[in-house]
Each structure stands twice: as C-alpha cells, then as structure tokens.
Design a protein around this ligand. Structure first.
Ligand code: DHB
Length: 391
C-alpha cells in the first residue's frame, strides 16, 4: 500500500468516525427542564417532571428516530435571575433543543428573552399569567391562564345567587390577573366587590387578611393562591376564624384544592366549589391511562395534579411536533408544528391556538367530595372552548 493510499484510507476512516459522531449527536433531542425542585414550591418541578416521565414511560423515549434526553435544572423557587441564567446555560453550554417546565410566572418571564435570542422553543408547563406567551414568539403554553379559569367561577357565582364578594389574591402576576378577571366578569354579571386584598408571594401571613375579609361581611370570598402549601395554611385560617359559621362562603380557582395537597387539607374543604382545567377525578379513558402511567413512573405517594398533566401534555406536544418536522429541531419548524395542534389530554381535548400559542380548553366547575378513594374535586358543570379572555 502506497503512502498516498494509506493516507487516503486514514482520511476515509476519520470521516467515517466523524460522520458516525455527527449522526449520533443528531439522534438526541435535548430538553432543558427549568423548574422548582427545592424550597416551598418543590412540588411544582416534581409534578411537572413526574408527568413528563409518565409520558415517556407510556410512549418510549424515542420519536422520529431521535432519543429524547431531559436535562433538569432547579431554580429553588421564585428566582428570575437564576431561571434566566439556567436557561442561558442550557442553551449555550448544553445545547438544548427546547426549554420546558416553568412553574412560577417570574421564572418564565425571565427566560423568555433567551428563547427569542436563540430561537429555541419554550414549552410552558404551568406559569399562568396571561402575558407570558406575548413575551416571545417561541413560547407555547399547554397549561392554562388565570383569566381563563377565573371567568367561569365568577359567572357561576353570579348565576348561583352570590351578589357580594371579597377578593384575596397572591400579589404577583397570576394573582393580579385573577383579581382583574374575577372583578370584571362578576361586575358585568351584576355582582359587587366588597373589597380586595393582595398577599405577598413569599412567606405569607394569612390571618390578618382573613380577619379583614370577615369584617367586610361579604357573602363570599374569592381566592387565588399558588397551589400547594399556601392553600393548606389559608384553609386553616379560614376555619380558625370561623368564616363558614359567619355565613361567608369560599369560592376559588382550583389551585387551592390542588390534587397534590387535597388530602392534607382534609374535611374542611368538603363542598368547596372551584373552577379549573384538571381534576384527578376526571372521568375519561385518557385520564385513566395517565393515572396508571404516572403511578408506574413515579410510585403512588403523590397524587398527580394539573402540573403533572401539563408535563405529560407538553411531552405529547413535543413528540407530535417532532413527528411533523421529521425529527428536525429547527425552532421555527417546531413552532409551526405546535400552532393549531390538538391533543387528547387527560383533562379533555385541548388545542394550541395558532394565533396566541396559548391553550384553548374546557374549564370545569367542581366540588370537593369524599369518595371511597379519598377527597376529590368532582366536576359538575363545564365551560367548553375557553380561550384566555384577554387575548
Ligand atoms: C402560578 C400559577 C398558578 O396557578 C399556580 O397554582 C402556581 C403558580 C404562576 O404562574 O406563578
């Protein structure tokens, strides 16, 4: 063999190795999961990732010839600077193809410019302030918006003899959205607002706010608080201060009767009416399959909630988008595939609005009831095809 032939052979060999390397790199689609995995909001990340794992358990980790890999990052709570840095590092250093997750609004808002600059699609699996999807053309949301879930409970209350309501919300994006949507819809339906309060997101003290609401003697209190521990503390205060005995009803968005903490809140929640897009008690074959896959992937310690369903649906959307693009992760192609997509979610059918990239879905009115399996939000009325009313 001449030197030239040997050299040519070596070049061919190197090219093959290199080619194999590239082919291998192209076979992986990386998802950068930015979520809350520690601190008081740790269940948000846990639920979202649990839902993603359930989807992958049921459908495998390969789609359109590509293997799906999840890279998990913890913001530690509401920490916009951290969320932005993590998103930036995931895009530039880890070379993720999509950003996913985002439980809390401030974290989603902070990461939006990264999605725009890098043309990397960002799938919102919870954060629910209306404005988020307008912050980048690369954002699509599979969860919900506060105005979308709040308007139905305002209309339901007005229709069911409630005339005078005091509003209590968490003092940041989703709370302000909930207060605005409730006030607008309830007043339009002929109701009156007796007063309103906004409570800090971090380390809230509920007792003084609950007392003030009681002193205003409304017929009902409407409340929005971020799901999880805060709902438990609020219900405790509501009971201790004797609001039910004073004849003051409670109505709320379903965040407060979050399936992940409903058992811990116990019997004081019985009869509580809320509006929401998902209940673990939703009666459908899709929900049964989801509950089964969730338990198989994560065990049965934690009941999956709306964030778990959004994680599951987010993966369904990504798998379907990759099938449509033939495995391409080009940001513009993925976004085009997501626009108008329909998904048979465990909550019922959902659509990603092609104009707003926000989710269109049925909102249910539910009541907490005791079932043989424990406390559940039982759906008894529905508002189909709900868009974010502000858009
Ligand atoms: C957020 C919204 C919610 O409805 C919730 O329960 C928790 C967090 C948010 O957008 O930050």
């Amino acid at each position: 063999m001449s030197i030239r032939e040997t050299f040519r052979g070596a070049v061919v060999c190197a090219a093959l190795i290199l080619g194999a390397g590239i082919a291998h790199a192209q076979e992986v689609v990386k998802l950068g999961l930015v979520g809350e995995f520690s601190g008081p909001f740790a269940q948000y990340g846990g639920q979202m990732y649990g839902g993603m794992k359930a989807y992958m358990k049921e459908h495998g980790d390969t789609v359109a010839g590509k293997k799906i890999e999840v890279i998990q990052r913890d913001t530690g709570g509401p920490a916009p600077d951290v969320a932005k840095r993590l998103a930036q590092e995931l895009v530039t250093r880890d070379k993720v193809d999509l950003l996913v997750g985002f439980g809390l609004t401030p974290n989603a808002m902070a990461a939006a410019p990264i999605a725009t600059e890098a043309k990397v699609p960002m799938i919102i699996m919870n954060a629910a302030t209306s404005i988020i999807t307008t912050k980048s053309p690369y954002i699509a949301r599979v969860s919900f918006t506060l105005p979308q879930i709040t308007q139905p409970i305002a209309l339901w209350a007005a229709k069911n003899g409630i005339r005078n309501v005091y509003t209590i919300v968490s003092d940041y994006g989703p709370g302000i959205d909930a207060e605005g949507a409730f006030t607008k819809a309830f007043k339009t339906a002929g109701g009156e607002i007796a007063g309103s309060a906004r409570i800090p997101l971090q380390n809230p003290e509920f007792a003084p706010y609950i007392q003030r609401a009681k002193d205003a003697r409304p017929q009902a209190i409407f409340v929005f608080l971020p799901a999880g521990e805060q709902g438990i503390a609020f219900m405790k205060g509501y009971n201790e201060r004797g609001l039910a005995e004073a004849g003051i009803k409670l109505i709320a968005t379903g965040d407060i009767t979050d399936d992940g903490v409903l058992e811990a809140m116990g019997d004081p929640t019985l009869g509580l009416v809320t509006s929401f897009h998902y209940s673990a008690a939703h009666d459908s074959p899709e929900n049964k399959a989801f509950l089964k896959a969730y338990a198989e992937a994560n065990g049965t310690k934690l009941r999956p909630n709306f964030m778990a369903v959004a994680g599951y649906d987010g993966m369904a959307a990504i798998y379907e988008a990759l099938r449509k693009t033939g495995g391409s992760t080009d940001g513009d192609k993925i976004m085009a595939a997501l626009k108008g997509m329909k998904i048979n979610s465990p909550r019922g059918a959902i659509t990603i609005d092609p104009e707003t990239r926000d989710v269109v879905q049925t909102i249910y009115i539910r009541k907490v009831e005791k079932t043989p399996g424990g406390l559940y939000n039982i759906e008894f009325d529905r508002f189909p095809d709900q868009k974010d009313p502000g858009k």
